[in-house]
Design a binder for this molecule. Structure first.
Ligand code: FAD
Length: 367
């Protein structure tokens, strides 16, 4: 059986690894001239780490990042609003996206990976299964679901980068919520720190000095935020307007095509689950392909993936309302008081709903 994966992002490459693990012949077609990931860091949540474990890659991923407890939320003066204690909480592995992509690619023979090929239509692809992993602006999704409205602007603009300098290993994964702005920190395994900042803004805004924009947004906020910005080369700061598929797709499969990752369910990043669920998708798709014929596998894939990813996307949108969207001082005060009052266990249970996921077994026995 042969699968062609259209798009070589984290989701597409993970799917290719998973399909090969169940005995399929796989080619990944990527339109960019070379494979890689632009961007900064990504938090590999416990659910994604388990999916990577099913691919035999969990240890390799732990080797490129440091597993840490995530859950410290602070106000701009550095006072804790929410703290998840060490006990009872799973670890998140913060990694550089390029490193994670390299680990996934290393599990594939080089001849599976083809760059510089843009697929314009499913009809061009000769395969038993086509995996549409072509991202949020998926052309294959447009072809298969021409009436779907596509991605919409979520109202937020976000900046991301990674420091050049290294920081002490005791830095925590954390987030700081202010009035109309937020700032987050993901310490990578080698001491560099990935950070992001977000605020609401009209779409399409750009500045000559994006790092300066971030400095203004979080001026006077607690340590080490200024030090992180000082340690960041201005040219490395990326700015993205956040888009999402606000209207869910009616199905994640059509004919012999499975949609996966952002092509299927691009979501806001507030729960850090976009790439994580893209990786899950590939593992579930392959597990279903190992058990069933293609039509049944795709029906099962859709049945298993759509409710979960829709729930995460909805929850992410909801969580987003309590961060940088809150501007009025009285509402900020009420939010902060409410967050301080939430018992840690309640917050954890909410997160575990999503991060407690375990992958189906990948079995090479078809039939
Ligand atoms: C600011 C921000 C922060 C984020 N933070 C996190 C986080 O902390 N944790 C997390 O899990 N997720 C996060 N995400 C989400 C995450 O980045 C995405 O969900 C994830 O990268 C999607 O992967 P993908 O493989 O589905 O798509 P993509 O990474 O977009 O890959 C699609 C690939 O398809 C290729 N392609 C497109 N069209 C064609 C074509 N016609 N033919 C061939 N190739 C094609 C593209 O070149 C691209 O390489 C964040 C997103 C943003 C914007």
């Amino acid at each position: 059986m042969k699968a062609v994966v259209v798009g070589g992002g984290l989701g597409g490459v993970a799917a290719a690894v998973a399909l090969r693990a169940v005995g399929w012949e796989v080619a990944v077609l990527e339109r960019a001239p070379e494979f890689g990931e632009v961007g900064a860091g990504v938090g590999v949540m416990p659910n994604a780490l388990r999916a990577l474990g099913a691919l035999g890659l969990a240890d390799a991923v732990r080797g490129i990042g440091t597993p840490r407890v995530a859950g410290l939320i602070r106000d701009p003066r550095g006072r804790a609003l929410v703290r998840v204690d060490e006990a009872g909480s799973d670890r998140v592995v913060a990694v550089h996206r390029a490193d994670l992509h390299r680990v996934l690619r290393s599990a594939l023979p080089a001849e599976c990976l083809v760059t510089g090929v843009e697929v314009r239509s499913v009809d061009e692809v000769d395969a038993d299964l086509v995996v549409a992993a072509d991202g949020i602006r998926s052309g294959l999704r447009r072809e298969l679901f021409p009436d779907h409205p596509g991605p919409v602007y979520a109202g937020t603009t976000a900046w991301r980068s990674v420091t050049e300098a290294r920081f002490p290993p005791d830095l925590e994964i954390g987030q700081t919520l202010g009035a109309g702005a937020e700032f987050g920190v993901l310490p990578l395994g080698d001491g560099r720190v990935c950070w992001y900042a977000a605020t609401t803004a009209p779409a399409g805004g750009r500045a000559d000095d994006e790092l300066g924009e971030v400095r203004r947004l979080v001026a006077g906020w607690h340590d080490p935020i200024t030090a992180l910005l000082d340690a960041t080369p201005p040219a490395t700061v990326l700015r993205h307007d956040i888009h999402e598929l606000a209207t869910p797709l009616p199905a994640y499969a059509r004919g012999r095509v499975a949609l996966l990752g952002d092509a299927a369910h691009a979501m806001t990043p507030y729960l850090g689950q976009g790439a994580c669920t893209a990786i899950e998708d590939g593992v579930v798709l392959a597990a279903m392909c190992a058990r069933h014929d293609v039509p049944t596998a795709l029906a099962e894939y859709d049945r298993l993936r759509r409710p979960r990813t829709r729930a995460i996307a909805r929850a992410s949108r909801l969580v987003g309302r309590f961060g940088h969207r809150v501007r009025h001082p009285l509402v900020v005060k009420a939010r902060d008081a409410a967050m301080r009052a939430v018992p840690t266990g309640v917050g954890l249970r909410g997160m575990n709903r999503f991060t407690g996921w375990t992958p189906p077994e990948l079995s090479p026995n078809r039939g």
